[in-house]
Design a protein around this ligand. Structure first.
Ligand code: ATP
Length: 237
């Protein structure tokens, strides 16, 4: 469970995130939606402390994130970014095993989990010995997803996680991942500017504009009862 209260981030004189308050329930998928530069990524990065807020607070499972050190927090919160965010000198197998190893999983358990994730993400086994430079953009992105999900973290943050995939693979991977049990009990905060993706994946959508929340609610509510003309136009796909 994530509770965000009066969160603001100021970069010099620019307010990137402006007094944002919201909560994400256990197992919920919350989608941050909005135009480029509206503050989605900045909001996401404050949850795992890659960016420190100017003011406001964030609690994950009742504990203020500022009371935990960054690396420890990020071990419990999966994080997926558009290009996969992989270390160049780690093979695919090593990348996926990173967090399970830190948590001292048995080798056989890590191998089994790796096989399972490759299957769900439609990645062939023969990629395991390759380095990120030897993968396509879409493969890198899926390996990034596998790495983030490997140890089944209770919270996963995703920043345009399907952005590099072609429309066909994108739909397929999305359905595989979100349709099966894989993410059912996981609290997910996902950033996208793709309305279709938001409508398909979100339990609730947070529509942002210029750092502020314009409307928050289930997909149908934003479509059927838009708070203003901006929401109506944005959701009208
Ligand atoms: N480190 C930084 N220094 C100064 N300004 C920044 C910094 N990071 C982000 N910004 C500004 O803050 C605003 C919000 O950026 P943010 O990346 O959160 O937007 P976004 O909604 O995720 O956009 P996109 O969909 O394009 O990724 C933008 O105007 C951006 O230029």
């Amino acid at each position: 469970m994530i509770e965000i209260q009066n969160l603001t981030k100021q970069f010099a004189s620019h307010t990137a995130v402006d007094d944002v308050s919201l909560s994400v329930g256990r197992g919920e998928t919350l989608v941050l939606l909005g135009t480029s530069g509206c503050g989605k990524t900045t909001t996401l990065k404050m949850i795992n402390r890659l960016i420190e807020p100017t003011t406001g607070s964030i609690r994950v499972d009742g504990v203020d994130v500022r009371q935990q050190n960054g690396p420890e927090l990020r071990r419990r919160i999966g994080y997926v970014i558009q290009d996969g965010g992989l270390f160049p000198h780690y093979t695919v197998a090593e990348a996926i095993a990173t967090v399970p190893k830190l948590l001292t999983w048995e080798t056989s358990q890590i191998e089994q989990r790796t096989r399972e994730l490759l299957e769900k993400l439609q990645l062939p086994q023969n990629l395991l010995a390759r380095y990120p430079a030897e993968l396509s953009g879409g493969q890198r992105q899926r390996v990034g997803l596998a790495r983030a999900l490997a140890a089944r973290p209770p919270v996963v943050l995703m920043d345009e996680p399907f952005g590099a995939l072609d429309p066909f693979t994108r739909r397929h991977v999305r359905r595989e991942l979100f349709g099966l049990n894989e993410l059912k009990e996981t609290t997910v905060v996902l950033v996208t500017h793709d309305v279709g993706e938001a409508l398909e994946l979100a339990d609730r959508i947070v529509l942002m504009d210029k750092g502020r929340i314009v409307q928050i609610g289930p997909p149908d509510e934003l479509r059927q009862q838009p708070a203003n003309a901006f929401v109506k136009d944005f959701m009208d796909v």
